[in-house]
Design a protein around this ligand. Sequence first.
Ligand code: NAD
Length: 498
Amino acid sequence: MTQFQAPSQKKLKDISLYINGEFVESNSQETFENINPFTNETINHIAAGDASDIDEAVAAAKRAFHGEWGKMKLDERLDYVYKIGDLIEEHSEEIAVLESYDTGLPISQTRKMIARSAKNFRFYAEMVKSHLYGEAYQVDDEFINYSVRKPVGVAGLITPWNAPFMLETWKIAPALATGNTVVLKPAEWSPLSANRIAEVINEAGLPDGVFNVVHGYGETAGAALVRHPDVPLISFTGETTTGSEIMKNGADALKQFSMELGGKSPIIIFDDADFDRALDACTWGVFSFNGERCTANSRVYLHEDIADEFIKKLKERVDRIRVGDPMDPNTQVGPLVHRNHYDNVKGYLELAEQESCEVYSGHVPAEHSQGNFVAPTLLLNADQHMRVVQEEIFGPVIAVMTFKDEDEVIEKANDVRYGLAGYVWTKDMQRGHRVAQAIDAGMLWVNSQNVRDLRTPFGGSKHSGIGREGGFYAFEFYTETQIIHVAMKDHYIPQFGK
Ligand code: NAD
């Protein structure tokens, strides 16, 4: 493992596209700037792909699907998938550094994300080997019907900047393991680790065209991928409004979509909860990943009997959270990914004041004024109707509210358009199950922080998504089920016109 290098000494070369096994400039020769969120200085320039580059990447992926990759024996294909996981592990420290440098996520957290990314490849290689099979349906002694699961073709993967490498591998691993080929369009604000995955896959020696990366803007490169007639699958993670636009753009071509969208998830803390553990989970759940976390518990509902004490402790935590250089292993909250996003989150803090919240913020050390820092913030006296309670802020900000009883808190928890995650803290396990099941969201945790087993379904309901990723659920999306009906006897066939 290489040791991490201080960002100030890093001179990174410009980044190109990866198409058909080669690193190439975009056809237009256009580039965009990639900026360090800690200093707001330019890191490097990124090739900006457009529709013509997408065309080339899709053509390469299609050739590979019908060629060497499509014809490859399963074990050989899975060996490549394992190899990608091994190489990620080998380069994990260096990838974690790139990720923190590009996104502002604290290095202690990106290290864990990269370790999980390597596991994604091994997990799906194992899943495919042991669990990707069809079924047989015997119909008396007349027919045998059997199903097979086949890869679909070229998968278009469109990813966000908030946990880029982890989320990219989450899609790439099942797509490749099930036998598809891939065109990835990563987020504009986090291109470094997407380029690194192309280098890793290149090093793993996959056949040309199996995996391609086209950097570029959503409205050009992303939209071209969505509209492309030779791309039957689009797996998208990002904002709800973008997801809706993508579905409209792909409707004419009747694409299959997997949609992992925004969230505004509640954490409900009853008066009998393990106070200290609930406090740890609440603080971590909203301030880790700089608050740029889709499953963040960005609304806390406190039972009125414990609210004062809990808020007092939350304030103490917010005061003490270590805000600083993302490369410092002691940093707990780093700068937000981009100045535009910083302005957006700051705008929500102003709105919170206009909406009569008491805005209580921690501290950003004065020497970090160059970075996109937003201090961990509590929105006290928040109320259900406020925009800061209804809308996803996607920063280190939590709206704090109280409740009297179970029915009231369930109604409030459900009173948003999102339904991604939810957290319930109580020692009364009957109530724990009851409340968890009453929350309209895809994923609930009871007396637990956001711990996830890769076998379980991941995804949201309402405006937080369509479909599920993870475990078997990925097979539903990345494979096509085909049923073959075979007669074993001469059965009756109507003889029209005889
Ligand atoms: P975004 O929607 O702005 O962008 C996501 C990706 O879509 C980027 O690659 C972007 O270039 C591309 N894109 C934008 N417009 C497009 C278009 N018209 N056609 C095709 N592609 C287009 O999201 P973001 O700001 O990068 O990420 C933050 C959002 O992602 C938050 O809302 C967060 O909750 C959500 N998110 C959800 C999950 C989940 O699993 N549910 C996980 C992580 C992040």
